[in-house]
Design a protein around this ligand. Structure first.
Ligand SMILES: Nc1ncnc2c1ncn2[C@@H]1O[C@H](COP(=O)(O)OP(=O)(O)OP(=O)(O)O)[C@@H](O)[C@H]1O
Length: 257
């Protein structure tokens, strides 16, 4: 199966701070890839580089068989993105925002409006369709971002902490939607700290540590026993074992006894 996404020796530094040293991986079509790593590991930076929102300091990115550098505009039509921190237009209603985004991706205004309203209604927020996003709860905003990333039927999705603030029922719906999209051959690159969900939905896990890919494979490949959880694997691979000591140190500094 052809790869839909490959990164070769991608590096990124911000002034003196080397965030990505050598990120290399390839992803075939029809996979949900869980992209995990500690805070500040460089997950969002990787996504921004893949999407052309940040320039890499070094390395090459190929998306859907094309060079990101040469074909960015055409490629973006086939990509959906949920950013971790969105500059969602506060003054717009969900209707206006989704119509606007849909049209940017080539839908007619009527089609974008129709799909947006239907999808928001399925997620039980249809009553808010004509209300300003500034009045939305965290979870409602996140639903709008997820819908915005999907309106144009993209082949490749990049979701950065997509489930932030969503209630447990909506998470279940979105998990199942992801599986159905994957079954249709879509590829979903999914970055999150909610490891039980990553474990449940991902066909492959990619762990970013020390600026490079520290592990890449199916969860079964990476775990050494049937009882291992992704959380345990994450702790082991990031060399983190002292959470009990750190919790106690935290309490000690607070002076709570
Ligand atoms: N525009 C920028 N200028 C300077 N430093 C930046 C910039 N963007 C990111 N960084 C730094 O790069 C590092 C990686 O940030 P990034 O947001 O990619 O991490 P992350 O793995 O997504 O973290 P988290 O899990 O906390 O969201 C951090 O140290 C961050 O401060």
């Amino acid at each position: 199966m052809a790869d839909v996404l490959s990164l070769n020796h991608v590096a990124k530094h911000f002034e003196n701070h080397q965030v990505l040293r050598d990120v290399t991986f390839a992803i075939p079509a029809g996979q949900i890839v869980g992209y995990i790593g500690q805070n500040g590991a460089g997950k969002s930076t990787t996504l921004k580089i893949i999407l052309g929102l940040e320039e890499p300091s070094d390395g090459e990115i190929t998306i859907l068989g094309q060079s990101l550098h040469d074909q960015r505009d055409a490629l973006m039509q086939r990509i959906g993105y949920v950013p971790e921190n969105a500059d969602i237009f506060e003054a717009l209603t969900a209707n206006e925002y989704l119509s606007f985004i849909g049209q940017l991706y080539g839908l007619t205004e009527a089609d974008a409006r129709y799909k947006g309203q239907q999808l928001l209604t399925i997620l039980d927020n249809g009553d808010s369709f004509n209300k300003p996003i500034s009045s939305f709860s965290k979870g409602m905003r996140q639903s709008v971002l997820i819908i915005a990333s999907l309106l144009h039927n993209p082949d490749l999705l990049f979701w950065d902490e997509p489930l932030n603030g969503l209630d447990a029922n909506t998470v279940l719906i979105i998990e199942e939607v992801l599986g159905k999209l994957r079954d249709q051959g879509k590829t979903i690159f999914y970055s999150s700290h909610i490891l039980d969900v990553v474990q449940a939905v991902s066909d492959q896990i990619l762990l970013l540590h020390d600026g490079q890919v520290a592990a890449h494979g199916t969860f079964a490949d990476l775990s050494n026993s049937a009882d291992t959880t992704l959380q345990q694997l994450f702790n082991d691979m990031t060399g983190f074992k002292e959470h009990g000591e750190k919790a106690q140190a935290f309490i000690d500094v607070l002076g709570v006894s």
